[in-house]
Design a protein around this ligand. Structure first.
Ligand code: C2E
Ligand code: MG
Ligand code: MG
Ligand code: MG
Length: 281
């Protein structure tokens, strides 16, 4: 930044920018190729009914299985897919695969999938979702869409219309990551959610943190009074599970019951949760 050499500083800065831009362009291109080549895979994590220990369904979580053999996590590519307009394509391809898999599951085992806030601007979202389910042979009543609260803030009317439209088709709708970011109690009464998923950050320290205990208990009671079921994310230990059972939560998800796993290791026939810590150790 020395006054005597402004050009040098400028050049250095520009070169760094070029590299960042080039790297970003490269990642975007690779992601585009990966989506087109169907290399984004759904991994499935079980959702458990706390009162019985039964597996009620699985959440499909996106994984990028690169040609280098490394499996990339959502935080490495979901934001990029959103920023470069590919998230809709990613969603439909992931849904197609996940729904096809779910159509082989026993009984009424439910498939959950995450929707990006940006997808509210897609006028064909509901229709294409139904079409994809039909092609996969999965009844709409066995799909659950997870929506984060940030989606509800900017486009209230659109969000309301789309949520109602999903619900009219028999699709379940959950409010994901509740308690983070934009949490507004208004969302709970104004949108027709079936379920609320309390964010993992409240469960991580629930054994020792009285504030988390109070919040989980109160949110659960409030949700029940509003006619919503409650899922807790991030249950990692038996002690966590005991706490959330005591607080009246309905469903749980977490490493205690299972990590997200590729389709080949999932079947919804076993009605009892494995409850093995496996990979979590
Ligand atoms: P989410 O929808 O809240 O999913 C739950 C996340 O918590 C998953 O992370 C899961 O692996 C992790 N998790 C579950 N149980 C535990 C536990 O006991 N302990 C800990 N430490 N973590 C646990 P993942 O798969 O890395 O996904 C992160 C986020 O990325 C998801 O959060 C979701 O918001 C987003 N995401 C994933 N797949 C998709 C997708 O296909 N589309 C969109 N739009 N977003 C996605
Ligand atoms: Mg992860
Ligand atoms: Mg989710
Ligand atoms: Mg969540």
């Amino acid at each position: 930044r020395a006054k005597s050499s402004p050009n040098q500083t400028f050049c250095f800065f520009e070169k760094g920018m070029d590299e960042a831009v080039a790297r970003r362009a490269r990642t975007e291109r690779k992601l585009r190729e990966a989506i087109d080549a169907d290399e984004i895979e759904p991994y499935f994590q079980p959702l458990i009914e706390l009162s019985t220990g039964r597996v009620l369904g699985y959440e499909a979580l996106a994984r990028w299985e690169g040609r280098d053999g490394r499996v990339k996590q959502p935080d490495e590519f979901i934001a990029i897919a959103e920023e470069s307009g590919m998230i809709g394509e990613l969603y439909f391809r992931l849904l197609a695969k996940a729904a096809k898999e779910a159509s082989t599951w026993e009984g009424d085992c439910v498939l959950s999938i995450n929707l990006s806030p940006l997808q509210f601007s897609d006028p064909w979202l509901v229709e294409r979702t139904l079409q994809t389910l039909q092609q996969a042979g999965l009844p709409p009543a066995r799909l659950e869409i997870e929506i984060t609260e940030s989606a509800l803030v900017s486009e209230v009317e659109t969000a309301r219309a789309i949520i109602s439209s999903f619900k009219n088709q028999g699709i379940l709708v959950s409010l994901d990551d509740f308690g983070t970011g934009y949490s507004s109690l208004r969302h709970l009464s104004e949108f027709a959610f079936d379920k609320l998923k309390i964010d993992r950050s409240f469960i991580t320290n629930i054994d020792t943190n009285e504030n988390s205990q109070t919040i989980v208990r109160a949110v659960t009671s409030m949700a029940h009074h509003l006619g919503l079921k409650v899922t807790v994310e991030g249950v990692e230990t038996e002690a966590n599970a005991q706490s959330v059972r005591d607080y009246g939560c309905d469903f749980a998800q977490g490493f205690l019951y299972g990590r997200p796993e590729p389709a080949r290791s999932v079947d919804c026939e076993e009605s009892q949760a494995k409850s093995d810590v496996g990979e979590a150790a």
